[in-house]
Each structure stands twice: as structure tokens, then as C-alpha cells.
Design a protein around this ligand. Structure first.
Ligand SMILES: Cc1cc2nc3c(=O)[nH]c(=O)nc-3n(C[C@H](O)[C@H](O)[C@H](O)COP(=O)(O)O)c2cc1C
Length: 309
């Protein structure tokens, strides 16, 4: 008997809990040569800003132990080109398209959402709040619970679609930010984004990335991400989407058992374009072997000694 893999987030039904993570899956369409995108639970688009961005100078990706460090600098074609050129192709697939949105100030987030709101075929917005708020002196929105809440509230007020807020692990206290955005009306949370890191070339004694520091992703960050998701899930009532180092069905199961309602797969797409499909098939197989009829029953089933929780 097959297992029901469907989950629900912000009133949306996902056919399975496996989504692809922003910035690691191109604009989605590139992967249609490998498999039917309609098999995915959902696709989070590359981060979209109001105007096109070239991103940072190379080298902007380096391999590290168990992961990768990047400073792409949010390169993208801009929201209008996305709506005109990419979305019409993407929305033909039977999956949820989640538009990942960012800006360097409040107004930019709102303007990007206004443009997307007029387009058909988008299920929800994912706010990337790990961007420097230029007006607040370059600090990340996501590091300050009050700023994160103000931004969430402003976006909620105008958006026609659900808002998922994507949290940064670089915040001093990610749980406080999670609670703040929940109070501000966020429909769901995704966690985590990359962790700030530095890799050094010992011969030149210079950073290996042109921009110096960058964001660490991949298997190296998984235990940190699972821990953060677990802590957030205990503090909020809205659903949490787990992200960080997922490359196998077992990785995804860890997040679900820790309390995530769904997961996103990022860096693993770079070395295996079929990884998401393998994870979906692996989840189905695991559930059948374990005689689990609905994957929902696994969510938050972690057996943690109360004294340790
Ligand atoms: C090259 C690259 C580009 C990324 N671009 C974005 C982005 O535009 N917006 C965003 O919210 N997250 C972005 N991320 C973060 C990922 O979506 C994800 O949160 C992170 O990589 C952790 O997951 P992973 O370990 O499975 O890669 C990017 C990550 C990488 C590696």
C-alpha cells in the first residue's frame, strides 16, 4: 500500500513534502530536461529583486569540507523578466511555485510583491530576510526581530498570497526572530539560509572568495539546521519548512521527525539534478517499509526526553 505523502502549509496542499531551495535550482525550467517538475512538492524560485542584479565578482563559489561557500550576491534577471520569460513556462507544471523575494529596503520588497501579485501561477511568497537593509546601515533585516516583524507585517498587508519568511541562522537568536514574524502574521517559516563562513587560501593568504566571507551550505550545516528547526517548531504554531544539507531521504526524514512540515533541497541539486526525485521516492519506500500510511504522522514525532527538550 502506498503512503500519502501530501502535507499542508498555509492552506496549500503539497503533493509531497519535497521542495527545491531558492538559488540552487536555477529558474526551475533548466531542470525540466532531467525530470517532470510536476513530481516536486514545490519549487522556490531564485531570489527576485526589482531590477536585474549582476551579483558579485568571481570567484564566488568554493568547495569546503562537507559543503560549499558562496557569495553569488543574489544575481537575478529581475522580477519583471521573471514574470515575462520564466513564469509562463514554469506554471505549466503541476507543482506549487513559490517566489523568493528580496530587496535592499522595505519598499523594494513591497514593489516586487505587487508585481508578482498581478501574475498568475504563483502559490506563495518566500521572503529572504538575509539581505542588508541599506537604510538601517547595512545590517540584515533578519538579524533584528523587530525589523523582521515590521517587514513581514508590511508584506502581509499588501500580498494576495501566503507569506513564508525564510530565516537566517546568522541572527543572534533565530527563535526570537521566528516568534516575531509569527506575531507579525507570517503564514509559515522556512529555515535555514546559509551560515556565514570564511575559507582561506594558505599560499596567497587571501580569502578564497573574492568577497571575503560567504554563505556555507550543504551537509556540513545539517545538524545545525535540524537543531534550529526543532527549536523553532517548539516556539511557534505556524508550519516550518526545514532546509540545510539535505541530500538523501534519511536527511529529509530527520527534519520531518524534528517537526518540519516540509523540506527544501539546495546544494545537492548542483551535483545530482535528480536528488529531489530520489528523496521523494525514498520517502515513499521508507513509509511503505515502516507501514506508515500518511507521512504527516511522522511530523514532529521526535522522542526527546522532556528534561533534554
Ligand atoms: C549558490 C546559492 C544561491 C542561493 N541563493 C539564494 C537566494 O537567492 N535566496 C534565498 O533565500 N536563499 C538562497 N540560497 C540559500 C538556499 O536556498 C538554502 O537555504 C541553503 O543553501 C541551505 O540549504 P542546502 O544546505 O540544502 O544548500 C542560496 C544558496 C546557494 C548555495
Amino acid at each position: 500500500m502506498s503512503c500519502d505523502l501530501s502535507v499542508e502549509i498555509a492552506g496549500l496542499r503539497f503533493k509531497n513534502p519535497v521542495l527545491t531551495a531558492s538559488g540552487t535550482f536555477g529558474y526551475g525550467i533548466e531542470f525540466a530536461q532531467w525530470f517532470d517538475l510536476g513530481r516536486l512538492g514545490g519549487i522556490c524560485t531564485k531570489g527576485l529583486s526589482l531590477e536585474p542584479l549582476e551579483g558579485n565578482p568571481p570567484p564566488r563559489i568554493v568547495e569546503t569540507h562537507g559543503g560549499m561557500l558562496n557569495s553569488i550576491g543574489l544575481q537575478n534577471i529581475g522580477v519583471r523578466a521573471f514574470v515575462a520569460e520564466k513564469l509562463p513556462l514554469l506554471r505549466q507544471f503541476q507543482t506549487h511555485i513559490i517566489a523568493n523575494v528580496f530587496g535592499s529596503c522595505f519598499e523594494e520588497y513591497l514593489e516586487v510583491i505587487r508585481i508578482l501579485d498581478d501574475a498568475e501561477g504563483i502559490a506563495a511568497y518566500e521572503l529572504n530576510i538575509s539581505c542588508p537593509n541599506v537604510k538601517a546601515g547595512g545590517m540584515e533585516f533578519g538579524n533584528d526581530p523587530d525589523e523582521a516583524a515590521r517587514l513581514t507585517e508590511a508584506c502581509k498587508r499588501i500580498a494576495r498570497r501566503p507569506i513564508i519568511v525564510k530565516l537566517s541562522p546568522n541572527a543572534g537568536d533565530i527563535v526570537r526572530v521566528a516568534c516575531a514574524v509569527e506575531s507579525a502574521g507570517a503564514d509559515a517559516i522556512s529555515a535555514i539560509n546559509t551560515i556565514l563562513g570564511l575559507s582561506v587560501d594558505i599560499y596567497t593568504r587571501r580569502p578564497r572568495l573574492a568577497m571575503g566571507m560567504g554563505g556555507l551550505s550543504g551537509p556540513a550545516i545539517k545538524p545545525i539546521a535540524v537543531r534550529m528547526v526543532y527549536q523553532i517548531v517548539r516556539a511557534v504554531r505556524i508550519p516550518v519548512i526545514g532546509i540545510g544539507g539535505i541530500a538523501t531521504p534519511e536527511d529529509a526524514l530527520e527534519f520531518l521527525i524534528a517537526g518540519a512540515t516540509a523540506v527544501q533541497i539546495g546544494t545537492a541539486n548542483y551535483y545530482d539534478p535528480l536528488v529531489s526525485i530520489k528523496v521523494i521516492e525514498g520517502l515513499q519506500q521508507f513509509c511503505q517499509q515502516q507501514r506508515i500510511t500518511a507521512i504527516r504522522s511522522l511530523i514532529g514525532s521526535l522522542r526527546m526526553d522532556e528534561r533534554l527538550a
